[in-house]
Design a protein around this ligand. Structure first.
Ligand SMILES: [Fe+2]
Length: 382
């Protein structure tokens, strides 16, 4: 086996774990915390709750509310300026992938300078980042666990993947109680993102035994618990989705992803689409594309999805893909690209695929892909 590494943050998991945020900040030496969140989380009352928790520990804070979905390069750069001016020493972010990625982008610029696009790709951040505590409010993006940060380059209209071990936060707090304020749509979008992370990381060319076990665990939990979580929003099933998301995140953070995410980043960057909308459309198409290069592994995934063994990797893989298509059909989601993109914008797929081929996620796909092949996948799911 090749030499491998496995980096994860300290993870504080469980109902009510958010109450530990103040002590976490103190352990990291916080005197003045830089708080990052967005209007939705504020509205749900979680930002005030976090401020109260910090105040109880005697920690001062400054709040940066400038987060939108699909965070932009200039927002991160403005945030870094705000961080520097206010003399903060620890970053705490609470939110979904957008808030957490904004915080990570701010951390990069605040400590390394320059523009966020200078750090696009793998291992381009050289100086240490401020200590970070990330509190996720979704069960999917994995930004609270991962060494990934996704920021939109407005000029090029593309989501940049910034990947470096220093982006792994010091502490991740995963409190399933927070998920109770989420809509069914967001629960689905987050879970299918985690599912895509689990599947792509499992077949990744740099998967290891330390990531593979987490990938398979996540797939199993999402298939079993998502329908129940959507129907009932019961805390027990939401907690299982949180466990699935942590597992998928530990896997993809260390094994990276594949062409499904490469295309998703470029599509999302161009059309400002919610990330979670794209996976039910693309994922099974990409699995079919990969089948000749990852038959055994897609067979393992199929066995978990159908919960039985049909006797050959090929049969398990195909049955798993079919079952997954039925699974997505049973959710209230778009299943074709044309459901999200109008016919008159279809011609943008070509430049989108030309950008996607350069996404860092493309490097670890089991079957190499040219932009023409990515376009073919998009046309097949149109
Ligand atoms: Fe994702």
């Amino acid at each position: 086996m090749d030499i491998t590494k496995f980096a994860i943050p300290e993870i504080i998991f469980g109902r009510g774990s958010m109450n530990h945020a103040g002590q976490c900040a103190l352990r990291l030496g916080a005197k003045k915390v830089f708080l990052v969140s967005d209007a939705g989380i504020e509205h749900a009352g979680w930002v005030q709750r976090l401020m109260d928790i910090l105040e109880k520990e005697g920690i001062r804070w400054i709040y940066y509310p400038g987060v939108t979905s699909n965070p932009r390069d200039f927002q991160v750069e403005q945030g870094a300026e705000f961080y520097r001016k206010n003399g903060a020493d620890v970053i705490i972010a609470i939110g979904g992938g957008s808030a957490l990625d904004t915080a990570k982008g701010i951390a990069i610029i605040a400590s390394n300078g320059g523009k966020i696009r200078d750090y696009e790709g793998a291992n381009r951040v050289h100086r240490p980042l401020p200590p970070m505590v990330l509190i996720t409010t979704t069960a999917g993006s994995g930004s609270d666990i991962s060494q990934f940060c996704i920021i939109t380059d407005v000029e090029r209209g593309v989501k940049m993947s910034i990947i470096t071990r220093t982006l792994v936060p010091n502490i991740s707090i995963v409190d399933p109680l927070i998920l109770r304020t989420k809509s069914k749509t967001l629960i689905i979008q987050s879970a299918v993102d985690a599912l895509a992370h689990a599947i792509e990381s499992y077949v990744s060319t740099i998967a290891s035994p330390f990531t593979e076990m987490h990938s398979l665990k996540a797939i199993d939990l999402i298939i079993r618990y998502l329908p129940h979580a959507v129907a009932t929003q019961s805390l027990d099933s939401l907690e299982q989705l949180s466990i699935a998301s942590v597992s998928a995140s530990m896997a993809f953070s260390n094994a990276s992803l594949g062409v499904e995410h490469a295309i998703a980043h470029s599509l999302g960057g161009h059309f400002d689409m919610a990330h979670g909308v794209i996976h039910p459309i693309l994922l099974t198409g990409v699995m079919r594309y990969n089948i000749d290069s990852a038959r055994e592994k897609l067979g393992d995934i199929g066995r978990v999805i159908i919960n039985k063994d049909l006797g050959s990797a090929e049969k398990n893989a195909l049955a798993g893909i079919e079952k997954l298509e039925q699974f997505f059909s049973s959710l209230d989601v778009s299943l074709r690209l044309r459901d999200e993109i109008s016919e008159d914008k279809k011609h943008f797929l070509k430049p989108i695929c030309k950008l996607a081929v350069n996404d860092a996620c493309n490097l670890t796909n089991p079957r190499p892909a040219s932009w023409q092949e990515l376009l073919k996948i998009c046309e097949e799911v149109w």
